[in-house]
Design a protein around this ligand. Structure first.
Ligand SMILES: NC(=O)c1ccc[n+]([C@@H]2O[C@H](COP(=O)([O-])OP(=O)(O)OC[C@H]3O[C@@H](n4cnc5c(N)ncnc54)[C@H](OP(=O)(O)O)[C@@H]3O)[C@@H](O)[C@H]2O)c1
Length: 332
């Protein structure tokens, strides 16, 4: 039976080689097949969404498209008995917002094995302050800890620290008892980073070694990097014996030109972080941690809110590295 219920969505379309974003109307029938129809209350903006919204075919192959890799809302209909109307749920990653119509609209329909129940201790809005950024930071810490990291006096470096993943990493590490050193290009954000829990703030130039040397004196007990490129290569050179670097992102560069020496002379580990395809078992475990022992006290400080109408300018800003913290999109 046709379902013509209408709702509001961001629609990105390709017109004469240009990508145009507009806010328009869609109906339930426009959504892809899936077991769970969700009334989206909040979404959030991630760097990947901005790529999708500006025509990056590595993220989204087909347009017109609705981006949004994150969504939190209420189950409207479900053909899977694990979910029932009224359940509060979160969807992040998998193919949401990439080639599957995403969270920048008032309804999504997705496979039930993408859906996580909202854990106790988090509101729907708080889950989207975290969003993929918080989940990625949590996955990075989880992997670092699985290789032996524990709180100590060692400094843990977070790069791109005022960004989404960076801000969440600083706050989660601090909440978990680590000594955080944050590097940033936004030197006027020192107070912000200190309030999130960073003890030392560095200019991003200080963690981007131009010398070409293979190794540098050790400093970091662990690293969460969302920047990639020479900053990631630099982090490896300064990492202590048998410690680990979690590679999350590429805002500086997707290329990694590095030496083998940190790995074979210092036992340094380079950990790959892929939040999109993380197993459901780890997904649920990490969302529970984000709702409890890793829930930052300064969650609200990281948040700026906008509606679908205001999202356009935030997308342009995140592409220029100009967003501090997290943008929550209110779809109510
Ligand atoms: N692996 C995963 O599963 C996963 C999940 C989420 C995101 N990511 C990736 O992680 C990265 C960050 O995502 P996000 O959503 O947190 O983006 P974001 O909010 O824009 O944060 C990125 C930050 O990187 C820094 N930066 C920007 N341009 C830079 C440059 N040229 N050189 C050095 N630093 C630069 C800026 O921080 P400062 O101004 O503080 O230096 C910026 O705020 C992206 O590459 C994204 O694709 C990966």
């Amino acid at each position: 039976m046709a379902d013509n219920r209408k709702f509001i969505a961001m629609i990105v379309s390709e017109e004469n080689g240009k990508f145009i974003r507009r806010i328009g109307e869609k109906s339930i029938d426009d959504l892809p097949a899936g077991e769970v129809l969700i009334r989206v209350k909040y979404s959030s903006l991630n760097y990947k969404d901005a790529l999708s919204a500006s025509g990056n075919k590595g993220v989204t192959r087909r347009y017109p498209h609705t981006p949004g890799i994150d969504a939190a809302g209420i189950v409207e209909e479900s053909s899977d008995r694990d979910f029932k109307p009224g359940d509060k749920v979160i969807v992040t990653g998998f193919d949401l917002g990439m080639n599957t119509s995403g969270g920048f609209q008032q309804f999504i329909r997705v496979p039930s094995d993408w859906v996580v129940n909202l854990p106790e201790g988090l509101s729907l809005k708080e889950s989207m302050i975290n969003g993929t950024a918080g989940f990625t930071a949590a996955l990075a810490l989880f992997k670092l800890e699985s290789l032996g990291l524990v709180p100590s006096n060692d400094e843990i470096l977070v790069t791109g620290a005022t960004g989404g993943v960076g801000s969440m990493a600083v706050a989660i590490l601090a909440k978990a008892g680590y000594r955080v050193t944050a590097s940033t290009g936004k030197t006027d954000k020192e107070n912000y980073l200190r309030t999130l829990g960073a003890k030392v703030i560095l200019d991003r130039k200080d963690v981007d070694d131009p010398t070409g040397k293979a190794l540098q004196p050790t400093r970091w007990g662990g690293v969460i990097d969302s920047v990639g490129g020479n900053t990631l290569a630099t982090a490896l050179k300064y990492t202590k014996y048998n410690c680990s670097v979690a590679a999350c992102g590429l805002t500086q560069s997707p290329l990694l030109n590095t030496w083998v020496y940190p790995f074979i002379l210092r036992g340094v580990n380079l950990l790959g972080i892929d939040s999109a395809h993380c197993s459901m078992e780890i997904r649920e475990l990490l969302w529970n941690k984000l709702a409890n022992e890793w829930k930052p006290s300064a969650l609200d400080l990281m948040k700026q809110e906008c509606t679908l109408e205001g999202l356009n300018e935030k997308i342009d800003a995140i592409l220029k590295g100009k967003i501090t913290g997290r943008v929550v999109v209110d779809l109510e």
